[in-house]
Design a protein around this ligand. Structure first.
Ligand code: NAD
Ligand code: IPM
Ligand code: MN
Length: 366
């Protein structure tokens, strides 16, 4: 079997703690002939400490050469004083931009065992299975100018620029429509065309893409603020949500809480398929951050990282059986009552990060 090159970038805070549990799974899969070859690199604050950059050129080269990248989390108060250009988060943004990972898939699934862990009523979240498709390489994250200017009168001006071109909206909505066809055939596009020109264009291009190629899929449009409200009011009305970089960031944290914890939400950041080989660049990252408040305590929930690895098996290596098995292992371990602190409730089995990982590995092995 061909070697599968994985670059692991554990990062800061709870990133390495969660990644340690994925390493256990990789080791088991390799004993079963999966053929993963792993390399490790530094990203975020730890890379800044080592090289003065949020990711080194050598690690960027490794990321470009890998079949897939597994990313933990970056950031933390230790690096608050660091210059903006080299802050930990810049490493993640560079990876997304240079690898052209424009499509970020953030599924929010409420596992049956956690239906009572959400801050919302059980009937609102039970059986929830939605997918947020977030545009990841454009919008206000990358638009120019992006600067603080001194106005010379004791005032400064902070500027960020929201920019979207037609092709960016076309390709992200194409991803959303294609995925909807494999699910419940329904896309909701969210923007703010009532105040933003980029929102007007977003609405126009999504509608045109729908009409030209995907008219079999049901399409709705919603203003993004109302979309946030609807997500907590009745999230099961959605199937696939497609939205821009900033709205997608915010709405996916909201969606995370529907599932019980930010520690449950995985994601896949994908590039366009190569026209010759069909292979696409990909990075898999939990939606949560480095969680400085719990880092180093061994209590972080590793399930978002583990479920991100399941997405890697599915999207980068077409290991559908293994991905299904891993996702079923997560569900089964939750059914058995294992809980990290963030999802703990009365009568359940309190598990540390590594105990949760071990339970998943044991269930995966069968
Ligand atoms: P955060 O996601 O790190 O934490 C928010 C809250 O959720 C905290 O209370 C934390 O303890 C909890 N939490 C998050 N993940 C958890 C897990 N796996 N298990 C249990 N509890 C979990 O967000 P924040 O506190 O706003 O940001 C902290 C740092 O992380 C910042 O520097 C931010 O820029 C960075 N960040 C990085 C990423 C990333 O690397 N992909 C994503 C988001 C935030
Ligand atoms: C996320 C994070 C990142 C983002 C940060 C860390 C750059 O919040 O992946 O959700 O804003 O995209
Ligand atoms: Mn975020």
């Amino acid at each position: 079997m061909a070697v599968k090159k994985l670059l692991l970038l554990p990062g800061d805070g709870i990133g390495p703690e969660a990644m340690a549990e994925v390493k256990k799974l990789i080791a088991v899969m390799n004993t079963q002939g999966a053929g993963f070859e792993t390399e490790e690199g530094l990203v975020g604050g730890c890379a800044y400490d080592a090289h003065g950059q949020a990711i080194s050129e050598a690690d960027m080269e490794k990321a470009l050469a890998a079949d897939a990248v597994l990313f933990g989390a970056v950031g933390g108060p230790k690096w608050d004083p660091v210059p903006y250009e080299v802050r930990p988060e810049a490493g993640l943004l560079r990876l997304r931009k240079d690898l052209e990972l424009f499509a970020n898939l953030r599924p929010a699934i409420c596992y049956p065992a956690l239906a009572s862990s959400s801050s919302l009523r059980q009937e609102v979240v039970e059986g929830l299975d939605i997918l947020i498709v977030r545009e990841l390489t454009g919008g206000v994250y990358f638009g120019e100018p992006k600067q603080i200017i001194d106005l010379g009168n004791g005032q400064k001006r902070g500027i960020d620029t929201q920019v979207y071109d037609t092709f960016e909206i076309e390709r992200i909505s194409g991803v959303a429509f294609e995925l909807a066809r494999t699910r419940n055939n329904h896309v909701t596009s969210m923007e703010k065309r009532n105040v933003m020109k980029s929102g007007v264009l977003w609405h126009e291009v999504v509608s045109a893409t729908h009409k030209a190629k995907y008219s079999d899929v049901k399409l709705d449009h919603m203003l993004a603020d109302a979309g946030g409200m609807q997500l907590v009011r009745w999230p099961k009305q959605f199937d696939v949500i497609v939205t821009d970089n900033l709205f997608g960031d915010m709405l996916s944290d909201v969606a995370a809480m529907l599932t019980g914890s930010l520690g449950m939400l995985p994601s896949a950041s994908l590039g366009a398929p190569d026209p010759k080989t069909g292979k696409r660049r990909a990075l898999y990252e939990p939606v949560h951050g480095s969680a400085p408040d719990i880092a180093g305590k061994g209590i972080a929930n590793p399930l978002a990282m583990i479920a991100s690895f399941a997405m890697c098996l599915r999207y980068s290596f077409n290991m559908i059986e293994e991905a299904d098995r891993l996702e079923k292992a997560i569900s089964a371990v939750l059914d058995e009552g294992y809980r990290t602190s963030d999802i703990m409730s009365e009568g359940m089995k309190q598990a540390s990060t590594s105990e949760m990982g071990d339970a998943i590995v044991a269930k995966y092995r069968g």
